[in-house]
Design a protein around this ligand. Sequence first.
Ligand code: NAP
Length: 525
Amino acid sequence: MIVLQLWLILLLYLYTYQTITYYPTDFLHTLSSGVFSEIFDGEVYKYYVDGEWKKSSSGKSVAIINPTTRKTQYKVQACTQEEVNKVMEMAKEAQKLWARTPLWKRAELLHKAAAILKEHKAPIGECLVKEIAKPAKDAVTEVVRSGDLISYCAEEGVRILGEGKLLVSDSFPGNERTKYCLTSKIPLGVVLAIPPFNYPVNLAVSKIGPALIAGNSLVLKPPTQGAVACLHMVHCFHLAGFPKGLISCITGKGSEIGDFLTMHPGVNCISFTGGDTGVAISKKASMIPLQMELGGKDACIVLEDADLDLVAANIIKGGFSYSGQRCTAVKVVLVMESVADELVAKVNAKVAKLTVGPPEENSDITPVVSESSANFIEGLIMDAKEKGATFCQEYKREGNLIWPLFLDHVRPDMRIAWEEPFGPVLPVIRINSIEEGIHHCNASNFGLQGCVFTKDINKAILISDAMETGTVQINSAPARGPDHFPFQGIKDSGIGSQGITNSINMMTKIKSTVINLPTPSYSMG
Ligand code: NAP
């Protein structure tokens, strides 16, 4: 009896083990013992082409500077134009077969890549800490969120790409019922993905997932800061077993190979996230679909009846998370004069509690990405100082580390009223009417997101309608996610709408097949 019970326990254990773990133990062991070792030659990371990890023939590398230590942390290959040509050729070939691969198989591979990515959240998260000074906890969260995003793409793709449409001709005047039009969605071809430094993994997979499930091949040009995290992420796709050439990763400085990539005749779609660079790309690119997610100056309008504790908490979360280096960070507070003193006091009390230091210690405020970025932020702060803004905290900077700063009494003649600092500094403009707040928001070149705080839902909706931004959040700070929500900027903030469903649709085109029936020779009566 005891022997039987032991057998049952063993069988139960084996069954549970097989269902929970996706990969055999020896596979996991191989990965963890030499995690990603094939992608690194001991000094420089390799780039990825035709299913292989290679060194560039340029013999040159690009240094990735750790924002905290300001020393070289990693090096990546400086790829050449010939290597870009080769990647495009491979991508074009691989895409033809991939487009004929059944949708369910594409989805299966994406799920596999998502699982491998999540398995490697720790080493990839560590790269994000070292390359872009992302607080350790947030770095791991970014990787896990990216895995979820890939899986969601697979599921959504299976749903929406599995559907087509049938139109009949007699609904248009003058036509008989002699034409049946079948439409379905087909891939565009080669998608070029260029993400920014601040969410290099998440914003790369937000392009890779939709592109692949839709049957496209993908060429990734990662940001220089964040390139190594991206290479590790691409390695997860490699391990999942995607066909050779379908995914490639070209490294190098955007200023050197960017134009060659974006103007390459082999590219059929560009999905770009970043700053003004995107405006320049959209002027140079050829006649291909563009998805542009660019900068923002998200305004936070605060009315007299707002819950000021809720506003203060959202200003801290929205304005200072990841040291303000988020496209959807609150970048200007427009508060009614009658409640401004109280709000500023509440925010100041919370700013005093923010921890400042290295990302490894999960500090709230960590060094900004580069010295030039810190200098730019300092320039905005000094301009505001000269023109009379009130500093709620003392201005303090050590290297790339800037202490959080709330600037009160900012006026429209100050640069910080309009420009995107991408750092831990937040201006407050006191307003005397709702119209004044809306006017400031709409006078901006940007139109990404905005938010309004009030207990009056009617006012909130009217203000949302009047704000010229892609999204307005009511009683919460702007945010990109959840990743399946539509996300879009207007004016200089972007072209097109993102979010998983919109991205899948954007990376496809409609194909019609029309069945022309002969006019019946027999009586229809
Ligand atoms: P960036 O300087 O515009 O760079 C973005 C990407 O473009 C990087 O991969 C960069 O590579 C590459 N690049 C540079 N020059 C290029 C060229 N001539 N051709 C093609 N690619 C080129 O932006 P960032 O500083 O990384 O990111 C911050 C900006 O992104 C902010 O403005 C922020 O608001 C915006 N952003 C927007 C969203 C959104 O969804 N709307 C989300 C996140 C961030 P290198 O790194 O090698 O230069």
